[in-house]
Write a protein that binds this ligand. Structure first.
Ligand SMILES: Nc1ncnc2c1ncn2[C@@H]1O[C@H](COP(=O)(O)OP(=O)(O)O)[C@@H](O)[C@H]1O
Ligand SMILES: [Mg+2]
Length: 423
């Protein structure tokens, strides 16, 4: 397979709770991404974001990769990996240092982040992200970029995201077995936020909910920076399960009916519309009211949104969500969910798809415009943003032998060393 070396290639691998997707993009000279290939494979080897079957997951990764490579004509050597699931835990921390030369320099910022990171992280957990929320110089708060400010004391509030070492190493093992290198590991919803949210929304405060198959992953932005992340252990597969039980139909049929006729609010469905429902164990199909289907879904939708609302309230950030709530991910496509969200959150709610914001991405956008691709598209944007000048320098030097090769940022190196520690 030819790898057209003159164009830097970037790839994302999203191991979601129901599917694995690989998205390949090329980086243009003006630092935009052109999507050139997409591959998706269902994955039964994952439960709530945790690998429960290495072989099945490895096979799904291989399949998704092959499909994306075939579509694009490029080869994937290295990927930015999105992780999520119930094994992710995040918390806030603070650090304080004395400013060295009475003016904050990059080293002071580095030291204060290190100090904030020096909290006790249990041995069985790996730190995925340390995200600065805000800085204080001599007690003056609300500073986003303290470099160049005069003062004596620098404080930082950070949000730390950790993953279970075992769960993460199983994820990485599957990727390694599929023969792919890891460029970096990213929390899924952070990636999605890059693809779905506008800068204005983040500045005004917004809650993004990535509704996947097994979990809903949230990230809250206040004043343009990440203030909180959380994982809620309910997702689209719970809706499907309820339909299977409620309407006595096989899971596969329940999934189909949900996508085609499901609604989160029974009141939005006309009273006499009917649908045909497959019976279990060879029983004859039955005709049921579409409203009955919505009545099965409604309590689960309400429960899921209520749990998100509780999380928002507990975080103490409700008052800062000026732009309201954005729902994305495959499960956010359920009809009526946005309407119910406005009712539960009492704030504006919209459905977010990758590419609805700005024009950071081009190419095969028709293929990835569904909310189910928010995380995969976001991974490419995250990779581009966090690789320094790697992709640009490849442009300047089209002879470069290994485009996805050497110039990693420090964080990536850390992940790499973690990776090699494991294997
Ligand atoms: N049109 C739709 N309506 C309702 N739910 C949907 C629709 N399309 C996909 N889903 C649900 O979205 C979930 C998968 O979301 P996705 O973001 O792709 O998952 P993950 O990233 O967790 O693998 C599944 O539970 C699926 O049933
Ligand atoms: Mg997902």
């Amino acid at each position: 397979m030819n790898n057209k070396r003159s164009q830097p290639v970037i790839a994302g691998l999203d191991i979601g709770s129901t599917k694995v997707s690989v998205v390949i993009g090329t980086v243009t000279a003006d630092s935009k991404i052109e999507i050139v290939g997409v591959g998706t494979a269902p994955n039964t080897g994952i439960r709530q974001g945790i690998v429960v079957n290495i072989e099945a997951t490895t096979e799904s990764i291989k399949k998704a990769r092959e499909e994306a490579e075939l579509m694009s004509g490029y080869q994937v050597e290295e990927v930015w990996v999105g992780v999520s699931g119930s094994h992710i835990k995040s918390f806030d921390s603070k650090g304080m240092v004395a400013i060295k030369n009475k003016e904050v320099g990059p080293q002071d910022v580095e030291r204060v982040i290190e100090a904030a990171k020096a909290v006790a992280v249990p041995q069985d957990r790996t730190v995925l992200h340390v995200i600065p929320r805000e800085y204080k110089v001599d007690g003056q708060d609300g500073i986003l970029d303290p470099i160049g400010m005069s003062g004596i004391r620098l404080e930082a509030s950070v949000h730390i995201v950790t993953a279970s070492q075992t769960a993460l190493s199983n994820n990485l093992k599957c990727i390694e077995r599929a023969g792919i290198k890891v460029a970096g590991v990213v929390l899924d919803q952070l990636a999605s936020s890059l693809a779905v949210l506008s800068e204005d929304e983040k500045a005004l405060g917004v809650c993004l909910v990535d509704m996947g198959g097994g979990t809903c992953n949230t990230v809250y932005f206040v004043n343009g920076s990440v203030a909180h992340t959380s994982i809620i252990p309910l997702g689209g597969s719970h809706f499907t399960h309820d339909i299977a039980i409620g309407l006595r139909t096989p899971q596969i049929a329940a999934e189909e009916i949900k996508k085609k006729y499901g609604s989160a609010m029974a009141s939005l469905v006309s009273e006499n519309e009917t649908i045909e429902v497959e019976g279990v164990g060879g029983r004859k199909p039955r005709v049921v009211l579409r409203r009955d289907l919505a009545e099965v879904i409604e309590p689960r939708a309400e429960e899921t949104l209520q749990l998100i609302q509780n999380d928002l309230r507990m975080s103490g950030l409700s008052a800062f969500m000026g732009s309201g709530v954005v729902l994305t991910g495959g499960a956010s496509q359920l009809e009526g969910l946005v309407e119910m969200g406005e009712f539960v959150f009492d704030t504006p709610v919209r459905r977010g798809s990758p590419l609805t914001v700005g024009s950071k991405v081009g190419g095969l956008i028709e293929v990835v415009k569904s909310p189910a691709y928010s995380d995969a598209v976001g991974l490419l944007l995250y990779g581009l943003k966090n690789s320094g000048k790697k992709y640009q320098s490849a442009h300047n030097n089209s002879q470069s032998e290994d485009i996805l090769g050497d110039s990693f940022n420090a964080w990536t190196l850390k992940v790499k060393s973690f990776f090699s520690d494991l294997f």
